[in-house]
Design a protein around this ligand. Structure first.
Ligand SMILES: Cc1cc2nc3c(=O)[nH]c(=O)nc-3n(C[C@H](O)[C@H](O)[C@H](O)COP(=O)(O)OP(=O)(O)OC[C@H]3O[C@@H](n4cnc5c(N)ncnc54)[C@H](O)[C@@H]3O)c2cc1C
Length: 369
């Protein structure tokens, strides 16, 4: 029998998931110097994962990476199978018996429950469903969001929270020229939201925003970003962390918060208000969300390794719409379908690059970007 990976016996690989990690895994295999046939298997009809359904429509440059993926997909050694849900339409065992290696690149599409009392009330949503909805994801297009109240609360201070905040805060006319889903544009055009509160469990020097995204929030037309000066007072340990900040991002974000605190708010504008050191503890309301209650936190532990601990102080925000969770957890095809072969280790990360073709055979990989 010809050597695996030679012209007479090409290595056959099933790559499950066609987001960035699926395409980069395929690219690495194509460039590995072996003869290879790749089946890219995707549960949605169309490829690109969160590049299509996650990245915000008003950031089109970030979506341009799909041009690279197009080039990979056009390689004659790659075949795309859309609308095939591994674990439902085909089992992993079937893929293993028909391919010499399987690479799982299924992304992280589930929301982690915060187990907050009231988080299932109408008006409380995951950021993930909102993002998928405005990006036209076929499984989310029928969701509805009520923009009839004036106040929205977003829990979390990273770039997904920034995306959600920007889409809520931007004048709808500025979204018209983007590829935002038509149904979302129509509903956002009727939005009465005036105040958006963005709440983080840690302090102003520990947020996960990139300074670029945060700066953009401060420059939206017809909107002002605000922070209370009291919330920006730093402890010595915060200063120490800032002075050792490896890439300067935390310091830049802190400077931006200071600017937001000092700029005079203009009347009649939408407002984005940042709050720090607060964790949600309860969502209140009878038929729908009325109030999100928070505990005040303090940070304990060593520099760069501090954790938020609840104090007895509390705060409440009245609102009609809230996004209490958007952290994602990794998914893999359903466990039952996997039947847990002994060599399957979902925690394992392996590179597809620089290995002999034989070493791929009968191996299951989980690629995590
Ligand atoms: C709201 C949001 C905004 C973001 N914005 C940016 C940004 O601006 N810039 C940036 O660099 N990163 C951004 N990211 C992060 C980036 O999108 C992810 O890091 C990246 O998409 C992860 O790639 P992935 O291939 O692992 O997962 P995904 O992109 O999620 O792709 C996984 C694919 O696997 C498919 N799949 C899942 N299960 C199965 C199954 N059982 N059978 C077949 N197919 C399956 C899914 O349908 C999906 O197409 C953003 C993420 C989110 C959530």
């Amino acid at each position: 029998m010809a050597r695996v990976g030679s012209a007479g016996n090409p290595l056959t690989v099933a790559v499950v998931g066609s987001g960035p990690s699926g395409f980069y895994a395929a690219e690495a295999l194509l460039n590995a110097g072996i003869d290879v046939r790749i089946h890219l298997i995707e549960k949605l009809p169309v490829p690109f994962g969160l590049v299509r359904y996650g990245v915000a429509p008003d950031h089109p440059k970030l979506k341009q990476v799909s041009l690279v993926f197009d080039r990979i997909a056009q390689d004659a050694r790659v075949r795309y199978f859309g609308n095939v849900n591994v674990g439902c339409d085909v089992t992993l065992d079937e893929l293993k018996s028909t391919h010499q290696a399987v690479v799982l690149c299924c992304g992280a599409e589930l929301d982690r429950d915060l187990n907050l009392p009231g988080e299932d009330l109408p008006g409380s949503h995951t950021a993930t469903e909102f993002v998928a909805w405005y990006n036209g994801h076929p499984h989310f297009r029928d969701r509805s969001f009520d923009f009839s109240s004036e106040v929205a609360v977003i829990i979390g201070q990273g770039n997904v929270a920034a995306d959600v905040c920007r889409i809520l805060a931007k004048p709808v006319d500025e979204l018209r020229s983007t590829d935002i889903a038509k149904h979302a544009l129509e509903q956002l055009a009727c939005s009465r939201i005036r105040e958006i509160h963005v709440v983080g469990r840690r302090g102003p020097t520990q947020t996960k925003f990139s300074s670029k995204e945060l700066r953009e929030l401060g420059r939206l037309s017809n909107c002002s970003a605000r922070v209370s000066e009291e919330e920006l007072i730093l402890a010595a340990i915060d200063q120490a962390e800032l002075s050792l900040d490896p890439d300067g991002n935390a310091a830049q974000c802190y400077q931006l918060f200071q600017q937001f605190a000092h700029e005079a708010p203009a009347a009649g504008k939408r407002v984005i208000q940042f709050h720090f050191l607060k964790s949600p503890c309860l969502i209140l309301g009878e038929s729908r969300v009325k109030v999100v209650a928070f505990v005040q936190n303090e940070l304990t532990g060593e520099p760069f390794n501090r954790v938020a601990q609840a104090t007895k102080a509390t705060m409440e925000l009245s609102c009609g719409l809230c996004f209490p969770k958007h952290r994602l957890q990794r998914t893999a095809p359903r466990r039952r379908a996997l039947r847990r072969p002994s060599w399957f280790d979902p925690q394992r990360k392996r590179s597809c690059v620089g290995r002999s073709a034989e070493s791929y055979v009968r191996t299951l990989y989980v690629r995590m970007d």
